[in-house]
Design a protein around this ligand. Structure first.
Ligand code: MV4
Length: 509
């Protein structure tokens, strides 16, 4: 096993990886930018190296700075976490060239999946079902011809894209020309690559992804699916495993397809194969994520595996310690992404100092967090604070445990999105498993039932007590300061509240 691993990341995922290191007796090396000196991952690691200013391109995204820290620290391997350099083939190659093990897939696998058109060509060859459309970038006239063939509405997508950037829905031939130009220029601006291809549009799909794991001997297994349809602006908000719509037969078919994707890519280490699922439960390969994902804890709960331990294990060159038939899924897990954002201000980021923190725990609850009381959430990075994961024997128990834990959570000083999860978890459609990628937008346009119907009465009671206290404060016998210069009097030195409390304390029963 490795003796020392550098974690090229920050926040909750860095803490998660440091925990795995500690459990296995591996020394952990943190890296940090100027604004992360006091971050939790820096406190928890065995060693920590400063790598530059807050700007990610000069710190967490800077290959030379990361490799320099690895060299100075004597780390033998680098775990990239998610985001930042995790899916950067040049970084994986630079690690290889520097004689440092990149804990993840080969740069070749990453490159194959980095371009959607290249991935579609390879998946076609491997017999993997993908959304009908083109496998190459197209010029406008070819695009017009193919759109007629596939049938409107169609989706234009950037080959280098992801997260909805450079994506356009086209409902009729008249809209194609301008949508094509827009998609192309957005793709050029966002990715420096204007290749655009076409797909048939799938209305209100579900997003279901399959976790796979490979070793360097060529074995690939699947570890169950995650339902990730609860999204907002292409950002996942809540994920669960298993998916409420996937039965044993569908899981086996989807899993075997995902393994075929992995094998076609010569894939090893942790990976995720994303599918779109239509209303008839047909599923289509969408893309592959070549990293450990944010939502991996739900898979860890239902499989009983530690995916980070497993990443370390296969990165040392050892084969997977189990076979497909050894994998058994048990129970149900749901993850909430707790963000520093303001639900009353369109979920705008809400950085600042955490002045008070009361954290949930208890049966079936896991919390992966990068925050602590007194720490300030920086504005420069993704505002994910923590992941709260609930586990139960079934979906209902997982939901109820999560709701209970959400009520225990108190984060003071900043705004967080915990109220959003109470709404989601109480929603009848969600509880029935009736979710697709439009679910959250629909929920957010409904009246907010999170508001307690007793609120107006509670407010009236509060007002009555306040009015009574005001009256008490000015009763004869109360000390009232009198102005000597004829201007407004200062407030009374003894409040009515205090006097009422004292009276209550000495009252005869
Ligand atoms: C689609 C689609 C419908 N039809 N492709 C959005 C982000 C990108 N990764 C893929 N996306 C979609 N591709 C076709 N042919 C609908 C979406 C989509 C979506 C997909 C997954 C999760 C959330 C989504 C929200 C809106 C649209």
């Amino acid at each position: 096993m490795f003796k020392r691993i550098l974690i090229a990341n920050r926040g909750e995922i860095a803490v998660r990886i440091i925990r795995a290191c500690r459990e296995l007796g591996i020394e952990s090396v943190a890296v940090f930018s100027d604004v992360d000196r006091k971050a939790l991952h820096v406190r928890k690691a065995d060693y920590a190296y400063h790598i530059g200013p807050a700007t990610a391109s000069e710190s967490y995204l800077n290959i030379d700075k990361i490799l320099e820290a690895a060299r100075r620290s004597g780390a033998e391997a680098i775990h990239p976490g998610y985001g930042f350099l995790s899916e950067n083939a040049n970084f994986a190659r630079a690690c290889r060239d520097a004689g440092i093990k990149f804990i993840g897939p080969s740069p070749e696998s990453m490159e194959m999946m980095g371009s959607k058109t290249r991935a579609r060509q390879n998946m076609k060859r491997a017999g993997v079902p993908f959304v009908p459309g083109s496998e190459r970038g197209l010029e406008l006239d070819d695009m017009e011809r193919l759109a007629e063939q596939v049938g409107y509405p169609v989706m234009l997508k950037a080959a280098a894209g992801g997260g909805g950037k450079g994506m356009r829905l086209v409902s009729s031939p008249a809209e194609l020309h301008s949508a094509y130009e827009n998609a192309r220029s957005e793709a050029q601006r966002s990715f420096g690559d204007n290749e655009v291809y076409i797909e048939k549009f799938i209305a209100n799909p579900r997003h279901v992804e399959m976790q796979i794991f490979g070793d360097e001997q060529g074995n690939v297994v699947y570890l169950g699916e995650r339902e990730c349809s609860v999204q907002r602006r292409h950002q996942k908000v809540l994920e669960e495993s298993p998916s409420p719509i996937v039965d044993e037969d569908m899981r086996r078919r989807m899993g075997e397809i995902a393994v075929r994707v992995g094998k076609a890519a010569g894939y090893y280490n942790a990976g995720t194969v994303e599918f779109l699922v239509d209303r008839e439960r047909n599923f289509y390969f969408l893309e592959m994520n070549t990293r450990l994902q944010v939502e991996h804890p739900v898979t860890e709960f239902v499989t009983g595996l530690d995916l980070v331990h497993l990443q370390f294990h296969v990165a040392t060159g050892q084969p997977l310690p189990f076979k497909q038939e050894d994998i058994q899924l048990r129970g149900h897990a749901i993850e909430c992404r707790i963000y520093a954002e303001d639900p009353d201000n369109n979920y705008f980021p809400s950085p600042g100092k955490i002045t008070r923190l009361i954290s949930p725990s208890g049966p079936g609850i896991r919390r992966d967090s990068g925050m602590y009381e007194g720490w300030s959430v920086p504005i420069e990075y993704d505002p994910l604070l923590a992941k709260l994961v609930g586990y139960g024997e079934d979906r209902e128990q997982a939901i109820n445990r999560l709701l209970r834990a959400l009520y225990e959570y108190f984060v003071g000083g900043i705004k967080t999105n915990t109220s959003l999860f109470r709404r989601i978890l109480k929603d009848p459609d969600f509880r029935a498993g009736n979710i697709d990628t439009g679910f959250l937008d629909r929920l957010l346009t409904k009246p907010n039932n999170e508001t307690d119907p007793r609120r107006p009465i509670i407010a009236a009671m509060g007002a009555a007590i306040f009015a009574s206290a005001e009256a008490q404060a000015t009763l004869p016998g109360t000390t009232v300061a009198v102005s000597t210069n004829g201007k407004a009097a200062p407030p009374p030195p003894i409040s009515g509240w205090k006097r009422m409390a004292r009276e209550e304390a000495v009252r005869e029963r």
